[in-house]
Ligand binder design. Structure first.
Ligand code: GTP
Ligand code: MG
Length: 197
């Protein structure tokens, strides 16, 4: 994918604050601190378009970015162990759910998983939920730079079993080495203009 422009559009917590639904959209979801924001920066060849942090729970709003004036990438707040007040946390589920359910231009969700961690019920339920809403899922296994080649293929097998997904559907990625960037773009491009909702 040739990136001509990538711009922040807006942050939102509820549908009335979303930007106009005039471009196809791809959303990025995953556990807090897994590397969602870093992955988006890597895809658009930018270091700091999206704020990243070593503190989990950095992204607390739905952030919209417009790429090439042709489509939007959407950074969703992470779920899981974020160190945020309980009151804020309680709003997250409904905030993300409303977005996934109501955003008519949403074409697919990239679910980002740490390649070192075996996914559990949370991830399985999330995938099942997306399937129910007819939303295609791209599975990205990030932080691949942290493991050796042999360890990576072993982790890929374990994760594919835990999620009952073919291991070819699991895309290895690293924000550090940019491994897998083009694989993810290819998967996104296939779904961007598909009529699937
Ligand atoms: P929240 O917004 O808090 O949910 O986090 P996030 O999922 O957006 O993660 P973020 O991109 O902020 O990255 C979290 C931490 O992981 C940062 O310290 C990143 O530098 C690091 N990180 C992200 N991707 C990679 C990767 O591929 N390899 C390595 N080694 N570190 C990574
Ligand atoms: Mg983030």
């Amino acid at each position: 994918m040739l990136i001509k422009s990538a711009d922040f559009v807006t942050s939102a917590v509820k549908p009335s604050q979303y930007p106009p639904a005039d471009l196809p959209e791809i959303a990025f979801a995953g556990r807090s601190n897994v590397g969602k924001s870093s992955l988006i920066n890597t895809l658009v060849n930018r270091k700091r378009l999206v704020k990243t942090s070593s503190t989990p729970g950095r992204t607390q709003l739905i952030n919209f970015f417009r790429v090439n004036d042709a489509f939007n990438l959407v950074d969703l707040p992470g779920y899981g162990y974020a160190k945020v007040p309980a009151a804020v946390k309680r709003q997250w589920g409904p905030m993300i759910e409303a977005y996934l359910q109501q955003r008519e231009t949403l074409q697919a969700v990239v679910l980002i998983l740490d390649v070192r961690r075996t996914p559990g019920d949370e991830e399985r339920n999330f995938i099942a939920w997306l399937n129910r809403y007819g939303l295609p899922v791209i599975l990205a296994l990030t932080k691949a730079d942290k493991l050796s080649k042999s360890k990576l293929s072993q982790r890929r097998r374990v994760i594919s079993q835990a999620l009952t997904q073919d291991s070819e559907n699991l895309l290895l990625f690293s924000a550090k080495t940019r491994q897998g960037k083009e694989d993810i773009w290819r998967a996104i491009e296939q779904l961007l203009y598909a009529e699937n909702r």
